[in-house]
Design a protein around this ligand. Structure first.
Ligand code: UDP
Length: 485
């Protein structure tokens, strides 16, 4: 079969961490809705989660499925259930985990040979997949999972090293050759940028493989960050397609609730709680899938929320500190005092469902890109509390460029715990983002962006058209594989 109208078959290979898997699953759904056949690649442990997320799409006749790859965990010395980054608990385990992932090349090659996809879309953290795709004669696209702002921003810092020209860790510098006079300090940069580590070499490989890939797909939309998309495309010269917000492919309650892990609250109970609250009266607090706050930090948040006197939904990740009987972070008698005011979800929340509810008027977030974009899409202003990864860039984007958030004031990048924030700052930030003129102003801007986000994915919108253009070029490529398109 050839020609420009035939059905494309795309492989989607996410990195094994919730913040990377969730948007990739949404992307696979989106591609099937546009007429492609989508095959997602998952480890056996995560496969049920993938299947649950796509179940309804599959049952409605859309061409989407999941295939397995098995991580050689024993070979690298990891326990059997450690096939997702959020079950990795030390630096050493992280290195073993990355080694195991790099050993998946033959399994990927066999899958490509067997199922003959036209294209591979793989996560930025799987740079070696470009070699496999090249060997099998198909194009590989990179999925970054973040904004053009932070991809281009981190690249400018990597290239020009402004952090080496300041005299202290706290002295601000402007990101060179980057629109908008954006300031950062050395304390806010990732450790591997400040000193050469194994991960620095890995990131060099990621960048190298990005340059050699067919292009880049992003979970963003043009109107959100035009100057930065243009910068990325022209100054850094990368071919890219912006096809987000990907979470918008989930229209029904069930679709929104079934993203990522099994939710720890009944979705209807959660909606009932929200339905009984006034518009914009609830603050939602959640720090994504990876941040591990100490019991002392959780305690400060608890005290700050109670003192703020606002309605809240607070997601507390379930780990050692949150196990039953060990909740030393919870002030005495807390839950009975806050029962009419707050809802604590221990474990996993239906985040998009919550953010989309009109009762939610603010979001305290660690600025993971998915959470940030989900807040933009819902028109909800943010309190920014970045911890690791590229989250300080996302904070700058939200507070300095979009002006739909206020920062809680953390200064230091860290791998998972972050700066300690006192209850008074939590209290003040929660009040500021929910009530008053400043809050209204931010909300007005956020609502306008939310409108644009919805417009972008509608037929004829920028993301809708970008995806159409990408599919067209992939069809051409697959009908003339030896030509450079
Ligand atoms: N998420 C969720 N429920 C939770 C925590 C997180 O649905 O209780 C989802 C959230 O909607 C987002 C993703 O998990 O899509 C987290 O990605 P993000 O980039 O924000 O942060 P990460 O977890 O990668 O640090």
């Amino acid at each position: 079969m050839g020609g420009a109208s035939r059905r494309l078959h795309i492989f989607f290979f996410p990195f094994m961490a919730p913040g990377h898997m969730i948007p990739m699953i949404d992307m696979a759904k989106l591609f099937t809705m546009r007429g492609c056949k989508s095959t997602l690649i998952a480890t056996p442990y995560d496969k049920p989660t993938f299947l649950k997320s796509i179940e309804k799409f599959k049952d409605s006749g859309l061409n989407i499925d999941v295939v397995n790859v098995t991580l050689p965990l024993k070979e690298v010395g990891l326990p059997e259930d450690c096939d997702n980054l959020n079950r990795v608990t030390s630096m050493q385990m992280r290195q073993q985990f990355m080694r195991a992932i790099m050993m998946l090349d033959q399994q990927l090659e066999l899958l490509i040979e067997k199922l003959a996809p036209d294209c591979l879309i793989s996560d930025m953290f799987l740079p070696w997949t470009i070699e496999v795709a090249a060997k099998c004669g198909i194009p590989r696209l990179v999925f970054h999972g973040t904004s053009a702002f932070s991809i281009a921003g981190t690249e400018c810092v990597r290239l020009y090293e402004p952090h080496k020209k300041v005299s202290s860790d706290s002295e601000p510098f402007v990101i060179p050759n980057f629109p908008g006079q954006i300031t950062l300090s050395r304390m806010q940069l990732q450790d591997f940028v400040k000193e050469e580590t194994e991960f620095t070499k890995f990131i060099d490989k990621v960048k190298e493989s990005e340059k050699r890939s067919f292009g880049v797909v992003m979970n963003s939309f043009y109107e959100l960050e035009p100057a930065y998309v243009d910068h990325y495309r022209t100054f850094l010269g990368r071919r890219s397609w912006l096809i987000g917000p990907l979470s918008l492919c989930n229209k029904e309650i069930e679709d929104k609730a079934n993203r990522g892990k099994q939710i720890s609250i009944d979705q209807l109970e959660c909606l009932k709680w929200l339905d009984s609250r006034l518009t914009n009266s609830v603050i939602y607090i959640c720090f994504g899938s990876m941040v591990n706050f100490t019991a002392a930090q959780l305690h400060e948040i608890a005290v700050g929320l109670e003192a703020a006197g606002q309605q809240f939904i607070w997601v507390v990740k379930k780990d050692a500190d949150v196990e039953e009987g060990k909740e030393e972070w919870l002030p005495d008698g807390y839950e009975s005092r806050i029962q009419n005011m707050g809802l604590i979800i221990r474990g996993w929340a239906p985040q998009v469902l919550i953010l989309d509810h009109e009762a939610v008027g603010g979001f305290v977030t660690h600025c993971g890109w998915n959470s940030t974009l989900e807040a933009v899409t819902a028109g909800v202003p943010m309190v920014t509390w970045p911890v690791s990864a590229e989250q300080f860039y996302n904070e700058k984007f939200v507070t300095q460029v979009l002006k739909i958030g206020l920062d809680i004031g953390v200064k230091n990048w860290s791998r998972s715990i972050g700066d300690s924030v006192k209850s008074e700052r939590v209290e003040e930030a929660v009040k500021r983002v929910l009530v008053g003129e400043e809050a209204e102003e931010m909300r007005r801007r956020a609502k306008a962006l939310a409108e644009m986000a919805r417009g972008a994915v509608e037929e004829g919108g920028s993301s809708w058209s970008d995806l159409g253009a990408l599919l067209q070029v992939l069809r051409l490529q697959s009908s003339a594989p030896n030509e450079k398109i």
